[in-house]
Design a protein around this ligand. Sequence first.
Ligand SMILES: C[S@@+](CC[C@H](N)C(=O)[O-])C[C@H]1O[C@@H](n2cnc3c(N)ncnc32)[C@H](O)[C@@H]1O
Length: 235
Amino acid sequence: MSTIMQPWYYDEFQQTGLDYSDALNVETYDKQMQRFRDYKKEAETIMKFLDLTPKAHVLEIGTGTGHFAIEAAGVYKMVTAFDTSKGMLEYAKQKAKQYARTNIKWINKGFLSLDDTKKYDAVVTNMALHHLPDFWKAVAFNNIYRSLKQKGKLYLGDVIFSFDPSCYREKIEVWMKDITELLGGKKMKKEAVMHISEEYSTYDWVIEKLLHISGFRYKIIHKDNFKAVYLAVKD
Ligand SMILES: C[S@@+](CC[C@H](N)C(=O)[O-])C[C@H]1O[C@@H](n2cnc3c(N)ncnc32)[C@H](O)[C@@H]1O
């Protein structure tokens, strides 16, 4: 029996947090994100850090509404985009049609169903790893490492904590307040509550140790109390 079929293997297709199988939730998520994120600029920044040639094959894991994959497909030869939500993938596919992108493979898989049958020049994952508990984040890094070419790169951005654990209550309350005031009211607050209570964001020192023991050399691109971005290289 393959490992991913074992009864103890984590079911990464189960729903954690917001229900992305609901088409309305997906559309609302996309609209909401665009109120405070500039997708095009974000993708350009990621690609600048990756510094790949146009011949590159890039894998995005947890593509969501596909905005990075769509921008990347305009620059690289091939993009593969994974997501465990069929609803997200369907939305992303329709969006890609508007941009006439034909070099994106949309695949209903995730961090834990990634195997090393294909080798990528880079893996990008943004705001998705927190869907896995820490033990399974280690499995995810191991899978990513094995699926990269030598010197291949991992761009990782997520909600990752770097505050002192003893101040967690005060820090989280300030975060909730900021999100509600700055980013769009009650709905955003509901999602932030869900993020903390149901999802698996963790500390920077957990992520950094896991990157290290998986064999990656990494640098920190950004870090604040609630967000971190890393560029890691397979050595
Ligand atoms: C918060 S959204 C982020 C989407 C996109 N990367 C962005 O930056 O807007 C998280 C995405 O990760 C997907 N996801 C959850 N668990 C996953 C897993 N184990 N493997 C791959 N994708 C996963 C969800 O379906 C969702 O589309």
